[in-house]
Design a binder for this molecule. Structure first.
Ligand code: SF4
Length: 332
């Protein structure tokens, strides 16, 4: 059985205006040591899918379906039962370390608290382990830095502290929500390398949420592309980059700078993501898709296998046509 098995995950929010269906029928599995990238623009449902599994939705949110972790449905657990797992076996790195770290507490207190709570460690033993973890994420002078407060650290160091905190209890699954977005490119590359090294050393499974397919290329084995609360394409990362079959995936790839090709303009996807309070009928991408036709406006495309069971896509146009067009345009 996979470490994590998510089936028909749905998330909705009740607002004064409407019921917002943020996530519609997400399915995936995650094996031990595997990395899954969930990709999409803001509002695609990627973060809400993960927050739902961890019981961290806003108070007007409701999740249904199944998220089995070692056979136990996370969506059915009480807050107390989830607290035993969260921060311990399942951990999360948030996008903005400045708003996730407590500005009133030293790094030491924030780190030792986790170990005292989940591992019953003494303060002294917890501090030793916390310093070791800060060293593992390459914080220089860790024994000194641990006594500092978040505002005394640079953005890159705060992100490393967040990663160290998330790894303190050696989680089996690490959820990382845009862990490099707030960082400049050099620090971004260092943090991604750090995640790769930690995965190798600790065997952690990672679910990486990102809008950047470049980050997926460097870290993930599997990828799920989301748009308008639905999965558009889902497969192993190498297939996605070699043979993207969904117009939205192709749009994301065309907007990505390439180091292996010179010249050519980057092409953005025209328009904006849909308003999820009033989503368009049919395919959620039809208002921005160059291949949209009447059937796209009328019917939501089902997520169907392209090639075996591990490559799925939701589009009315044939996969082969889209792949051929992409490869011809890209001179692959
Ligand atoms: Fe485009 Fe239609 Fe495919 Fe949606 S179903 S991605 S609108 S071609």
């Amino acid at each position: 059985m996979p470490l994590l098995q998510v089936s028909d995950l749905q998330v909705e929010f009740k607002t004064n205006d409407a019921t917002v269906r943020a996530v519609n029928g997400v399915n995936f599995t995650l094996e031990a040591g595997e990395t899954l990238g969930i990709v999409g623009e803001s509002g695609s449902g990627k973060s809400q899918s993960v927050l739902a599994m961890l019981g961290l939705l806003a108070s007007n949110g409701r999740a249904s379906g199944q998220a089995l972790y070692r056979g136990e449905n996370l969506l059915g657990l009480s807050g107390k039962a989830l607290n035993r797992i969260r921060g311990n076996r399942l951990s999360m790195i948030f996008q903005d370390p400045m708003s996730s770290l407590n500005p009133y507490l030293s790094i030491e207190r924030q780190m030792t608290e986790v170990l005292e709570l989940h591992k019953n460690m003494t303060r002294r033993a917890a501090k030793k382990r916390a310093i070791g973890m800060l060293e593992a994420v390459r914080i220089p002078e860790a024994a000194h830095r641990i006594g500092q407060y978040p505002h005394e650290l640079s953005g890159g160091m705060r992100q490393r502290v967040m990663i160290a905190m998330a790894l303190l209890c050696e989680p089996e699954v690490l959820f990382a929500d845009e862990p490099t977005t707030a960082l400049d490119v050099t620090v971004q590359a260092q943090v991604l390398q750090l995640l790769r090294d930690l995965q190798r050393d600790f065997g952690t499974s990672i679910v990486l949420i990102t809008h950047d397919l470049g980050v997926v290329a460097g870290l993930c084995e599997k990828v799920m592309v989301m748009y308008g609360g639905r999965v558009m394409e889902q497969c192993d990362a190498s297939s996605l980059f070699a043979k993207p079959s969904h117009p939205y995936t192709i749009g994301l790839l065309r907007a990505l700078p390439r180091l292996d090709k010179s010249g050519g303009e980057l092409t953005g996807i025209p328009g904006n993501p849909p308003n999820m309070a009033h989503p368009p009928a049919g395919c959620p991408f039809h208002e921005r898709c160059a291949h949209a036709a009447e059937d796209c406006v009328q019917h939501v495309p089902a997520l169907r296998p392209v090639d075996g069971v591990h490559w799925l896509r939701a589009c009315h146009r044939p996969a082969e046509d889209m792949i051929t067009r992409y490869q011809e345009a890209s001179h692959v």
